[in-house]
Design a protein around this ligand. Sequence first.
Ligand SMILES: Nc1nc(=O)c2c([nH]1)NC[C@@H]1CN(c3ccc(C(=O)N[C@@H](CCC(=O)O)C(=O)O)cc3)CN21
Ligand SMILES: CC(C)C(=O)C(=O)O
Ligand SMILES: [Mg+2]
Length: 285
Amino acid sequence: MSTFQIDTATSRAHPTPAPMRRLTVPAIRDAKGKTPVVVLTAYTIRMAQILDPHCDMLLVGDSLGQVLYGLDSSVPVSLDMMIAHGAAVVRGSYHSLVVIDMPFGSYEESPEQAFRSAARILKETGAAAVKLEGGEAMAPTVAFLTARGIPVVGHVGLTPQAVNILGGYGARGRSEAERAKLIRDAQAIAEAGAFAVVVEGVVEPIAVEITRAIAVPTIGIGGSVECDGQVLVIDDMLGMFDRVPRFVKKYAQLSQQIDDAVADYAADVRARRFPTVEQTYQPKG
Ligand SMILES: Nc1nc(=O)c2c([nH]1)NC[C@@H]1CN(c3ccc(C(=O)N[C@@H](CCC(=O)O)C(=O)O)cc3)CN21
Ligand SMILES: CC(C)C(=O)C(=O)O
Ligand SMILES: [Mg+2]
């Protein structure tokens, strides 16, 4: 392969020049105090195409482990999985800023390990930024990445990659010690250079306090309406699951619609009502 050959993973599907310029990291950072930041997860090209015009950021979340692959947690998700889905979401969008979750095990060891993983993500997907979980302990890594050209979104509170430490997905910040720690975590990540911080699964007053304490937008999920933006897992808000966390609002009942459609199809096939002349090729006459 020639040195200058472009990897097919980063080539775009859009045949014409994009009519809208993609939102930038400074644009998201500067939204604080002005306009709420709209974020949804996306994992596939078609979904990215549908969500893109409505959103400011598309997050390729490691929640794809549970949502797409049926894994028990996000812990087993690999860098290759994130890159494959990240490239698809970049190809399906031209307005939203695409942020890709760094999966468990790809960044915690050292700032150098994080840089290698994040550089692969940006080079092989075309996305503009990564997200990583953690508070004070990850601040030096956030500073290392941002100083080297990699924009970072932080993620504090209920950090699902730490499920084996936390013991579950319950809300954080119910004790005074936990409250103080969560504020320190968010401040450390923001001061290290993160351009936004996801605040997940914390009691509401803490989400408000963090939002007031840091200079960059907070993106709430199980946070507060006072956060600077909101994010939800797309399949959750579309009603693809029966059981969802308390912080989810269902804006559609897609699993019910799919169930109805597939039941109709199965009945048509069994009754020989499908296909009709409309869906078959007839000889020229
Ligand atoms: N589909 C999906 N949605 C998510 O929001 C999500 C994922 N997957 N995977 C990664 C993490 C895991 N998250 C989760 C998972 C479960 C709960 C949950 O069941 N919460 C319960 C309370 C649980 C408890 O108190 O122990 C709830 O009723 O809200 C919350 C967040 C958030 N993220
Ligand atoms: C829920 C969001 C914040 C996330 O990290 C994910 O989808 O993995
Ligand atoms: Mg995640």
